[in-house]
Design a protein. Structure first.
Length: 215
C-alpha cells in the first residue's frame, strides 16, 4: 500500500489548474509538452515510493532511466480525464502490466470524483488496499488470488505471464479463465464450493490437451 501520495508543487498545480479549466480539456492532455516535468515528477516519486516494484505484479525493476515504468492511472484517463492528476489515482506499473490492464474499468460505475474506499474498486488498489490481503506470491512468480479483487487483478494484468516466461513454457494454457479458477479454488471454504471449480479446471485442462494433440 502506498503510504505517501505524490504532492504537486505550486508551479505544477498552476499548470494543472489551467489545463483542467480549458474547455478543450480531454484525456489527450496527458501528452501535452507543458506537463513533461509533471509526468517525470510523478513517475520518479512513485518509483521510489513503491521501492522499484510494479503496483500490480510486484516485480522489482531497479534502473536509473525509468523507461521500464509507466505512470499508472488506476481509473483510466479515458474514463474520467479529470482524475488524471489526482495523486491517489496515480502509481507506477511495469510497461507490461500497464499495457495488459489498459483501459479496463476498475469501478462498477464511472465516478465523478475519486472513490477513496477500497470496496469501490474491482482491482487491488495501490493506495487503498494491502496487496498481500488479496494476492499471495509464491516463489516470486506464481500468483494466487485470495479474494475476488485479487482474482480480477491477476486476470486483467495477466500476471500468469511471469511464471510462464520464467518456467520457459512454450505453450501455456490458452484459456485465461484457468488462472481465475485456480484462484477461486483457493478461496473455496467448503467441499461443495470447491467441487464445481475443480470440475471447471479439469475440463479446461482436457480441452487444452485435446488442442495440443490436434496441433
Amino acid at each position: 500500500m502506498i503510504a505517501n501520495p505524490t504532492k504537486h508543487s505550486a508551479v505544477h498545480k498552476d499548470i494543472i489548474q489551467k489545463l483542467l479549466k480549458d474547455v478543450n480539456f480531454t484525456s489527450e492532455a496527458w501528452a501535452d509538452p507543458s506537463i513533461e516535468g509533471i509526468r517525470a515528477s510523478i513517475k520518479q516519486h512513485y518509483i521510489v515510493e513503491q521501492q522499484y516494484r510494479c503496483c500490480y505484479c510486484q516485480q522489482e525493476l531497479i534502473n536509473e532511466h525509468g523507461r521500464a515504468w509507466d505512470v499508472e492511472h488506476v481509473i483510466a484517463r479515458s474514463q474520467n480525464p479529470r482524475l488524471m492528476f489526482e495523486p491517489r489515482n496515480l502509481a507506477v506499473a511495469c510497461t507490461e502490466c500497464n499495457g495488459k490492464k489498459s483501459k479496463v474499468a476498475v469501478t462498477r460505475k464511472v465516478p465523478l470524483r475519486l472513490p477513496t474506499a477500497s470496496a469501490s474498486y474491482l482491482i487491488v488498489h495501490p493506495h487503498f488496499d494491502r496487496y498481500d490481503e488479496h494476492i499471495e506470491i509464491e516463489g516470486n512468480y506464481t500468483f494466487h488470488a485470495l479474494t475476488e479483487k485479487g482474482s480480477f487483478t491477476i486476470h486483467q494484468c495477466q500476471l500468469y505471464r511471469i511464471r510462464a516466461r520464467i518456467a520457459g513454457i512454450k505453450k501455456p494454457i490458452r484459456d485465461r479463465r484457468f488462472e481465475q479458477d485456480v484462484g477461486n479454488l483457493r478461496m473455496a471454504k467448503t467441499v461443495n464450493e470447491a467441487r464445481p471449480v475443480i470440475a471447471a479446471i479439469l475440463e479446461r485442462i482436457k480441452i487444452e490437451e485435446e488442442g495440443i494433440d490436434e496441433g
